[in-house]
Design a protein around this ligand. Sequence first.
Ligand SMILES: NC(=O)c1ccc[n+]([C@@H]2O[C@H](COP(=O)([O-])OP(=O)(O)OC[C@H]3O[C@@H](n4cnc5c(N)ncnc54)[C@H](O)[C@@H]3O)[C@@H](O)[C@H]2O)c1
Length: 407
Amino acid sequence: MPLGSDRKETTLRALDVVIIGGCGHVGLPLGLAFADRGLRVVLHDINPDAVDDVNAGRLPFAEPGALEVLHAVRASGTLRATTDPATVCDAETVVVVIGTPIDDHLNPDLGAVQQAIGDIAGYLVDGQLLVLRSTVYPGVTAMVEHLVANLGLDVDVAFCPERIAEGQAMRELYELPQIVASRSDRALERATKLFRNLAHEIVHLEPEEAELAKLFTNTWRYIKFATANQLYMMANDFGLDYERIRAAVTYHYPRAADLPGAGFTAGPCLFKDTMQLAAFNNNNFHLGQASMMINEGLPLYLVARLEQSFDLGELTIGILGMAFKAESDDIRSSLSYKLKRILRFKAARVITHDPYVTVDDDLVPLKQILDESDVLILATPHAAYRDFTTTKPVIDIWNLREQGVQA
Ligand SMILES: NC(=O)c1ccc[n+]([C@@H]2O[C@H](COP(=O)([O-])OP(=O)(O)OC[C@H]3O[C@@H](n4cnc5c(N)ncnc54)[C@H](O)[C@@H]3O)[C@@H](O)[C@H]2O)c1
């Protein structure tokens, strides 16, 4: 198809954007942001409950600022959700942002994107722009290009990785530069135009560069947190307070200002993407793998330290915070659950609390956990845990509370 011949076709399309995986943690904020800019958006998702939530004006998960936008775009009629993949053929742009997990062997599940494209293949039409937005193993964009070509379709393919952090999505979508990559000038131009609806700055890369850019972004954060966690354990084992040392290191010293505090480094992205990069490099990524051992080892370290001070077999341990990060209801890959599993084996009893999590029947009220625990572990630094009063020891690796104690 000659350059520009799709333009006439696209003006006839009923929708600007269909998002595959549109009711997930990335797809929904993105769809809301596009719809808020006046684009006609449909969110396609295989999760009927999430689709029902969105169409009823509810968020399937917590995301600050998103509910107001959802109400506004439903009122203006620019956004709806559906489980029907046939809606794909009505859109100028199809964005794919399904989950891209790793398997039991820490290898990327390369079939996830393939499966999702396969599911919509019958509804893709010539002239569309297909934007891959999931975080992918290097080479997946090329694989998608081949898939589309093998279907005999003239569809432009671009890779534009999402870089928001959960909880910050509705701000960062408008503030972060957007990485836009494609092998074709036309796709690059179309994807750039799409993301100009949100971002002031667009950064162009080749697809493979962009795939690595996204993995490097998350891996860099994972390694930084591992560094902090290792230094925390080192100081702690030496009987010293890591936070006092960190405060001195970073005080008016810009070269070390980004040394993070210690804490559980968890969630659906950083660990997974570091392991994707390791798999990509033939499992030869010592820094990433060492970071995984440190970050994933922190709950074990805490329990081992507690065993030195307490007879855990006699005690009720309370875990405060089950979400993987502060002010979130997301428990995916949360290290609080790893801690709970270890303690269930070692302690007389383990009870848990979280002010945001709704998908865990095992949680108890805050008053009960404070009353019944002998020792409390602050696993997630929700602001709600900053100020409660208790006479029980509170193990506070995050340094959230002034009167917390070290492990
Ligand atoms: N969560 C984050 O903070 C974040 C940030 C940046 C990038 N990412 C990346 O974005 C991608 C999505 O992550 P997420 O956290 O939104 O995952 P998620 O599980 O919250 O959302 C994925 C959605 O896709 C739906 N889905 C799965 N297969 C589908 C299919 N074949 N057709 C239609 N819908 C389908 C699921 O029902 C779900 O609602 C991943 O690659 C992730 O690494 C995530």
